[in-house]
Structure formats: C-alpha cells, structure tokens
Write a protein that binds this ligand. Sequence first.
Ligand SMILES: *[C@@H]1O[C@H](CO)[C@@H](O)[C@H](O)[C@H]1NC(C)=O
Ligand SMILES: [Zn+2]
Length: 284
Amino acid sequence: MAARLSTSPVLSYAVLLPFLSRRAAASRSFSPFPFPFPFLRRSNICFSSQALSMARDTSAQDVSAQARRGFPSQVDDFASPGDLSFESPLKIVEYPDPILRARNKRINTFDDNLKKLADEMFDIMYKTDGIGLSAPQVGVNVQLMVFNPAGERGEGEEIVLVNPRIYKSSTRTLFFNEGCLSFPGIYADVERPASVKIDARDVTGARFRVNLSGLPARVFQHEFDHLQGILFFDRMTEDVLETIRSELKALEQKYESRTGLESPESIDKYERTQRQQIAGFARR
Ligand SMILES: *[C@@H]1O[C@H](CO)[C@@H](O)[C@H](O)[C@H]1NC(C)=O
Ligand SMILES: [Zn+2]
C-alpha cells in the first residue's frame, strides 16, 4: 500500500491521521505509531507459546474458508523452495499482471531465504515510498507481507506476517484514501472494517494473534487482500471506480505495449457482480 496525504473532504479519518504522509511522519520527532506492534518485539513476553496458542474457533475456520473462495478447486498446499525463489533486486509487479491474481501458497519453511526475501521487500517498499507490500507484488506467489506504517527505515516498526488470517472484523467500517505500489499514482477511497483481529506467523515461524485498528488495520487489510488475489479497486464503489477508470486503462495499455500480450483483465469488461463475489465483505 502507498501513502499520501488525502485531499478528499470525505475522509475525516485521514484528518485523524495527519501523519499518514511518510514525509509528515518523518518530520516529527515522535513515532507516529508508538504502539502498533509492541508484541512483536523479541523481548515481549507475549511471545510465550501459551499466549500465542491458536484456538481454532469456528470463526477462524469460516474466514479461512472464505479466504480460499477465490480458488475453490485448489488444494491448500505449501510453497516449495522454487515458489520462494526470487531475483535481486526485486521489482514491483504492476496491474494487470496476472501474478497479482494468482494463488499465493502458504509458507512452512522459515529459513534464511525467507528472511532475505522479507528484507528485500522492505528495501523496495521504502524506496518506492510504500508503507506495506505483499509478496505477489514482487512476483513471489506466497502468503507473506511486510509493512511499516511509518514508511521509513529506522522509524515505526517493521512487521513481517506469514500465512496471516483474519478471524474477526469489526462491523464498523471506514473509508480511506488508499494507494497501491502496483497501481503507481492511483489513489481512491476504499471502505474496510475499522479493526481486525488476526493471527499469523512471524518470519521465524512463531505464531501470534493481534488486534489491529487505525492505519495498521488499514494497511494489513490491503495487503491481506493481495494474498487472496484481491486488488483495491475490487472494493471500490462504482462511483469511485469511475474516477480512476482511465488510469486503470492506461496501465492496461502500458502492459500490452510492454509485453505484446492482451491485457488479462479489462476495467471496461469488469462486472459488478464478479467484483462483489471477489470482494465479499462478510469476514466477521
Ligand atoms: C483482542 O481483543 C479481545 C477482546 O475483543 C481480547 O480478548 C484479546 O485478548 C485481544 N487479543 C490481543 C492479542 O490483544
Ligand atoms: Zn497494494
């Protein structure tokens, strides 16, 4: 996900988060997110295995069933070393590359290669002014995301989430002006639950649960969608989508002239019903 200061009057939420801009955050002496992920510090006692034990409740199962809905015929197998291979330096995959719609395999190998991939994802995320990035966006179709809502190396906290799941979402939703590194320069309002409860593994494989709200909840949900092959415009209202239609078409044309291939998807053929099916909102 990309960040910028919102200019939309609709977005009172953005007004509550004036530090959303990476530069605005950097110019302040305090961390904009003093306690986003205190539990992820290695020293934190929340890492006890008891605290992190994963109760497999029914709501968690509902959500994971739903998360797989986009790929109903697929078996939930794990990524092989080949699935986790990548070339340095990483490059951002842009819409409408089919990599962004491909299935992302779960990870069960927590090795140096995974750490290196996460590190390089942070590198390119900072370089491109991002605050969050998912593995498919760098061409690696696995269940991995990184984010740092402060968007600046050395500030905020660097979060690596492997095989994340949402097991509860708030019924309260918010609109927020989102950007995406796979859609350079495109920003539009997206409605999402205000807070989510998630479980995941960290880069060492340790399981944890956490409740997110504010910008961390927003970034997480955007990146989590990437891991399901869902892109932010799948969640936009038709009115909002209209405001970025020509920019999406421009990306489709750019893809066609770069690859010589027909664009695998077209915003002009985009069906509302298909979109609602992709971006079903019942995660709660
Ligand atoms: C999340 O919030 C619930 C209450 O809604 C609480 O019981 C739980 O301990 C919280 N989990 C974490 C990891 O903070
Ligand atoms: Zn994105």
